[in-house]
Write a protein that binds this ligand. Structure first.
Ligand code: GLN
Length: 484
């Protein structure tokens, strides 16, 4: 196996045995980036020289006996997560030259474990989108078929992991942005329970839904990374003070007697046939491992997309008010203050971001607030209750991650509603705040990956990881690699 194809676990053992040094590993990954990045375009910034420098330091620290679960491991970070001294653009013109004066808590914790930042990955502007086509800095391609999208908004991170341009990556998920691109790119994406990972330093899109999570080559690596990034942080008042278990110790426990719910509302008309077949096969596989399948109902599923697009846009309209050309980011000259605000925002934001600010401002305005925003909050509660009820009967819920495999570039850019519908199976999870993983469960006859979503109860990432790991150990889908 090539050095750059390794998982975190494999790279850790190789370094610890002395088979490979952090400098060799980083250079191998940079070499891989040189070989394939032109075709994939996963990165906005490649942290070339600094990464090699960090690797040298990691090497010295290892010689000095310093441990660290990520010491010397090159990991990519979505470009809406602040990295001190390194440009963080959110794929927006308005932050094109923004260099954060502080580090996000998630990456700070990874630094403490010795990780090496290999680069910042492309995304839909401010994480708004499902295809990474809303970036101001070019489109990322799906490594499995470069005429198709990698999904989004964490499309750069998912493509970088799938193309072996990093060992693992961080993403963020507001309505599916980790799981949907992970499904499209044939890798593993984990969105933790809301509050498990600090949002400090994650550029806010919709604060009650946003959550940082992992994109990795297998389930075990997501447990390793979650161990590092989860946990209370006094810099984020919505992060929870809870004892974080060692997630890796839960892997390998059997799933005999585990109750696996499959919601009837998720097997819908219009779903791609091969997606449905792969997911049904996966449920059978879980059954053969001792899980008990239970048909359940999440009756408010049909309202999830509409509810999400009222709430997410409302929160976005408030969060994005801070980009006014005064405090940081782009400033365009105007004849007076108001003119400067307007010109800066007109030039700095892309079309989708503007659309959402307008939608959200409308939903929050006097006269419409009760009809839209308040109503959506009420429906959100009903959706959350659907899940609470279901978890009285089952341990995890299994669904397809997406109704289709990766679509063609340009296919949905003219029709925002079609684009919004590609998150139909992931959005409820954010509204309810529960944890979920997407992992590979098939390849279509056309050679495109299919994703299986496993959803857990609040703070029960453990059951999700156990079920996902058991499935993965008994299948080979995660071993498939794109032809690059
Ligand atoms: N695709 C969804 C949206 O456009 C979700 C994005 C996300 O999770 N960041 O809002």
């Amino acid at each position: 196996m090539e050095i750059y194809s390794q998982t975190i676990k494999e790279a850790r053992s190789a370094i610890d045995r002395g088979d490979v040094s952090p400098v060799e590993l980083v250079k191998a990954v940079l070499g891989r980036i040189d070989a394939v990045e032109e075709e994939v375009s996963a990165y906005i910034t490649i942290n070339r020289d600094d990464a090699v420098e960090q690797a040298k330091q990691a090497e010295e620290s290892i010689t000095d006996g310093v441990k660290g679960s990520l010491n010397g491991i090159p990991i990519a970070v979505k470009d809406n997560i602040c990295t001190e001294g390194i440009r963080t653009t959110c794929s927006s013109r308005i932050l094109e030259n923004f260099i954060p004066p502080y580090e996000s808590t998630a990456t700070q914790r990874m630094k403490k474990e010795g990780y090496i930042l290999i680069g910042k990955t492309n995304l839909d502007e401010f994480a708004m989108g499902s295809s990474t086509e809303n970036s101001a800095f070019g489109h990322t391609k799906n490594p499995w078929d470069r005429s198709r999208v990698p999904g989004g908004s964490s499309g750069g991170s998912a493509a970088a992991v799938a193309a072996d341009e990093c060992i693992a990556a961080l993403g963020s998920d507001t309505g599916g942005s980790i799981r949907q691109p992970a499904a499209f790119c044939g890798v593993v994406g984990f969105k933790p329970t809301y509050g498990m990972v600090s949002r400090y330093g994650l550029v806010a899109f919709a604060s009650s839904l946003d959550q940082i999570g992992t994109i990795t080559k297998n389930v075990e690596d997501s447990a390793i990374l979650l161990n590092v990034i989860c946990g209370h942080d006094h810099l984020d008042s919505t992060s929870v003070s809870k004892e974080i278990p060692d997630f890796t110790s839960l892997l390998g426990q059997d799933i005999k007697g585990m109750k696996v719910g499959f919601p009837r509302e998720y097997f819908i008309e219009g779903m791609e046939r091969e997606v449905e077949e792969s997911v049904k096969e996966a449920i059978k596989m879980l059954e053969s491992l001792g899980a008990i399948p239970v048909e359940i109902s999440l009756p408010h599923t049909g309202y999830a997309v509409a509810t999400y697009y009222v709430l997410a846009t409302s929160e976005a309209s408030a969060n994005l008010a801070r980009y006014d050309g005064v405090r940081y980011g782009l400033r365009t000259k105007g004849k007076d203050l108001l003119d400067m605000y307007m010109k800066t925002r007109a030039e700095g934001f892309g079309a989708e971001v503007k659309r959402r600010i307008i939608l959200g401002t409308y939903a929050l305005s006097t006269g419409y607030y009760d009809a839209y925003y308040r109503k959506a909050q009420q429906v959100r509660t009903l959706i959350k209750r659907d899940f609470q009820k279901a978890y009285e009967k089952v341990d995890v819920i299994v669904t397809p991650t997406t109704p289709t495999t990766a679509f063609r570039a340009g296919e949905k850019t003219e029709d925002p509603l079609q684009m919004y519908l590609s998150d139909i199976f992931t959005i409820s999870v954010n509204l309810a705040g529960v944890p979920a993983i997407s992992l590979p469960c098939g390849l279509t006859s056309g050679g495109l990956p299919v994703g299986l979503q496993i959803i857990g109860n609040h703070f029960d990432e453990g059951s999700v990881l156990r079920a996902a790991y058991a499935y993965e150990q008994n299948t080979d889908w995660h071993r498939n690699k794109p032809n690059l």
